[in-house]
Design a protein around this ligand. Sequence first.
Ligand code: FAD
Length: 383
Amino acid sequence: MDFELSEEQNLLRDSVRAMLDRVATPEYVRRCDAEPHYPYELYDAFVEIGLLRMPFPESVGGLGGSVLDFTVIAEELGRKSYDFLGAYGNCVFNGLNVLNNGTEAQRKHWLPKLLDGSIRMSISMTEPGAGSDAGAMRTSARRDGDHWVINGQKVFSTAAGAKNNVINLYARTQPEGPHQQGLSLFLVNNDTPGITLRKLDTLGRRALGTYEVFFDNVRVPADRLVGEPDKGWTYMLSGLQLERLMTTAGYCGGAQSAVDLALAYAKDRKQFGRPIGSFQSIAHMLADMQTAVDASRLLMWRAACKLARGEDALMAVSQAKLFGSEAYANIANQGMQIMGGYGYIMEFDMQRHYRDARATTITAGTSQMQRNLIAGLMGLKTK
Ligand SMILES: Cc1cc2nc3c(=O)[nH]c(=O)nc-3n(C[C@H](O)[C@H](O)[C@H](O)COP(=O)(O)OP(=O)(O)OC[C@H]3O[C@@H](n4cnc5c(N)ncnc54)[C@H](O)[C@@H]3O)c2cc1C
């Protein structure tokens, strides 16, 4: 059992960190959140240093990085902003889905464009009537000659409105039949006629934006259906463990950043003639916060190592996601307490962690759904 990063992983982390320090300055992070502004400049830097190519195999122009490399990158991006990880991760896990489930022609057409930064990818599963119960989605795709015709509505589609974005859309290709069968995956450019995007005003995660997407007789060529028809549910599940691992790495990065901010503040801020960090109640909070980050990180690495070995990591990933998200939300809350009134004003970054972290127990499967899953794997029926 080895708890250390390899020399190559340390080098990777340092190069990502250096790129972030150069591009994602504190002013840039605040601007992306406040305006809000999609981090296009940072995305260009991902492309420039080959970050998008890292998780893809050399056969499609990638660098052949491992799950562990991907985890290192995700944690570093999450340290700056969970949305910066979202900009990267959305493209990576949707691209990997095309790699693993698309046809040869689809791999050749889409992946070079994704890796050279000329397109981005987002995912649209959730609908107003289908959240945790994703299989209940009603958006439909009907075959019409050489085309599919799509009608329906998605909600909470992160970054769907970004420039040159291709929506990875799950839609129903069989109106009848069991709940989670008859779904297919489509690649739909977000400027296709018949699509209307409406950006939602959210508490946090503001840089990428999350959108309602309306499909009104949207026609796409037949080859926009990824892989085979009616296999959407299987494709969706096939990438889920990596997606949740990635989000968990982002939570660890964000939580560490919140602890670092609170610790620096507690050492600097004086009340009653001494640093507030010398009051035991504050010091113990910080000790608990760092312990929670390290526990999240250990759960995350355990899940990453299982996935890297090609094992089924569903239990380990769900536990890491559950614990990591709740830890980040609690830590950001405690960080606000340590910073007193200053934590509550927009000039300090703790409030952004507080707002961003609040979404983590809801997105990528709520905490309740993770507990259902874990309990189910323990042999308990929770339905
Ligand atoms: C910032 C943000 C970004 C998002 N990005 C995307 C995206 O890019 N693409 C996308 O497709 N979706 C995205 N989502 C949607 C997200 O995945 C859903 O919000 C999530 O799955 C929950 O669905 P819901 O909001 O409809 O809540 P519901 O499913 O209605 O749940 C409401 C409450 O009931 C609980 N609940 C529901 N069913 C059960 C059950 N069986 N047992 C116990 N408790 C239950 C839930 O845990 C929750 O507390 C995003 C959401 C947010 C907030």
